[in-house]
Design a protein around this ligand. Structure first.
Ligand code: GAP
Length: 469
């Protein structure tokens, strides 16, 4: 793989060009309410009154989240020959965090209101009074964001360990293992998906900032000197990934970190920002971490973490380019960007135009009514389809209501079985976005849906090109 230089052009084209005055298209309350109503995301521990900023993914949410992870893994690991995967433990030797700088530097400045005792990140406050009650604030003190716990049965003998605040360190400490076992040459990427934990001072905005979240991280090891062009390359790749999966380009922009804002390990960093309802905010960061992490771990562990290029007969410590995204934040951006309300025959229709690869349910099998003559054929169709696609079967309530329920979770295709189906062995496929319908023989249904789920155009004949609810 060689980096393409057009990333430089992308950077200059979209760098902070997003329209600052653009109003957010949907408010967060609508998204939160749809997620609750349709089994995507629930407040955690709800029957106990909830736990602040913790969320549970419901039956539809778990599918959506899995699809986001799979889309990332496919494009980062399976579709390339220069990236391998890894799954490391959440709890690691405490030395890891001393070496990485997280014990000393993974801190936010915290201030507390002397009247209402609310805590704020000092850099979020404008002026020197509490944003809630106007009270006097304490002097800022540095607050470490790592969650601490102890390992071992006896507290006094147990060692203090931390829940990882990023998955990246699990990758750095396995660099030697992967290089020696994968028989790959540099440039080489190591990818990991997993939970991370940060004791955020001000979590919020639904699943945007939480204390437990999931990351999609790639550490791409390159020869020093080639790092800048690889940074460009990965900025382009990652920007395009969101666009390929349906996020509108005008809702994305790039922002380069100022020198004063760079993380303690970073030489350079770009954020891909999305226009969330609360404004432009980070969706993913792509950082040039230089050789900071490998040098630190070599120093603290006593192991030599370098790379020997036997062709060139040279040894060096690789630089690292790190695209780091959040699963939950991506889910939120995909939900917001695909959310739509329209009027169909005088009624409001709410729908998610989710990319077909992300939609939790691909096909819904809907008999026209719960009728003893229709049920056996409808079940037969379901039993065949569910072997190939994530399929839902629903025969409750009116067909119109069932269509609306599927629209709200973004199901691309509904298959309707009616009384004619019993005679002609054909069923109707209804497409979510256009509402067009086609009639196909049951025998060809699987093949037909397979092609459409791969992106084949929905070619409704004039006879069937209707927009029915
Ligand atoms: N290893 C680099 C790193 O962790 P980061 O910018 O702190 O960099 C990367 O985090 C991504 O992880 C963010 O762009 C965001 O998508 C996600 N993320 C970070 N903190 C989060 C939080 N508290 N809640 C949800 N997602 C978070």
């Amino acid at each position: 793989m060689t980096p393409v230089s057009k990333a430089g052009k992308l950077i200059s084209d979209v760098l902070e060009k997003g329209d600052l005055s653009m109003p957010a298209k949907v408010d967060m309350d609508k998204i939160v309410s749809l997620c609750k109503r349709r089994g995507l995301i629930f407040p955690s521990s709800e029957i106990y009154g909830g736990l602040a900023s913790c969320w549970d993914y419901g039956p539809m949410g778990v599918e959506l989240k899995r699809n986001v992870r799979d889309a990332w893994w496919k494009s980062i690991v399976h579709e390339r020959d220069d990236v391998v995967g890894l799954d490391t433990s959440i709890m690691m030797h405490p030395g890891v965090w001393a070496a990485s700088g997280h014990i000393d530097s993974f801190t936010d400045p915290l201030v507390e209101c002397k009247s209402c005792h609310l805590r704020w990140r000092a850099n979020e406050i404008e002026g020197d009074r509490c944003s809630k009650c106007g009270g006097e604030l304490t002097e800022p003190r540095m607050f470490n964001l790592m969650f601490k716990t102890s390992m071992g049965p006896l507290e006094e003998e147990a060692s203090t360990i931390y829940l990882r605040p990023e998955t990246a360190q699990g990758i750095f400490i396995n660099f030697e293992n992967v290089i020696t076992t994968s028989r790959k040459k540099l440039p080489l990427g190591i990818a990991q998906i997993g939970k991370s934990f940060r004791n955020e001072i001000t979590p919020g905005n639904f699943i945007f900032r939480t204390r437990e979240f999931e990351q999609l991280e790639l550490e791409y090891f390159v020869k020093p000197g080639s790092d800048e062009k690889w940074l460009d390359y990965w900025v382009q790749e990652r920007f395009d990934w969101y666009v390929r999966l349906g996020i509108r380009k005008e809702n994305l922009r790039l922002r380069q970190h100022g020198k004063d804002e760079l993380a303690h390990y970073a030489k350079d960093c770009y954020d891909i920002e999305y226009l969330f309802p609360m404004g432009w905010s980070e969706l993913e960061g792509i950082a040039n971490r230089g050789d900071f992490d490998l040098i630190q771990h070599a120093k603290h562990s006593g192991r030599e973490l370098s790379y020997y290029d036997n062709k060139a007969d040279e040894k060096y410590i690789p630089y690292v380019i790190e695209p780091s995204a959040g699963v939950d934040r991506s889910v939120l951006a995909f939900l917001i960007d695909s959310y739509d309300e329209e009027e169909v025959e005088g009624e409001k229709r709410t729908l998610l135009h989710l990319h077909r690869s992300l939609a939790p349910i691909k096909v819904a099998v809907l008999p026209l009514s719960r009728n003893e003559k229709l049920t056996p054929l409808a079940k037969e169709v379901f039993n065949k389809l569910c072997l190939n696609f994530v399929t839902d079967y629903d025969d409750s309530q009116s067909i119109g209501r069932r269509y609306r329920r599927q629209d709200e979770i973004g199901t691309p295709f509904c298959v309707t079985i009616d009384f004619e189906s019993l005679e002609d062995k054909q069923v109707t496929i209804r497409e979510r976005d256009s509402l067009a319908q086609i009639r196909v023989p049951i025998e060809e249904l699987r093949k037909n849906l397979e092609a459409k789920l791969k992106g084949e155009a929905f070619d409704a004949s004039p006879l069937w090109a209707t927009r029915e609810k």
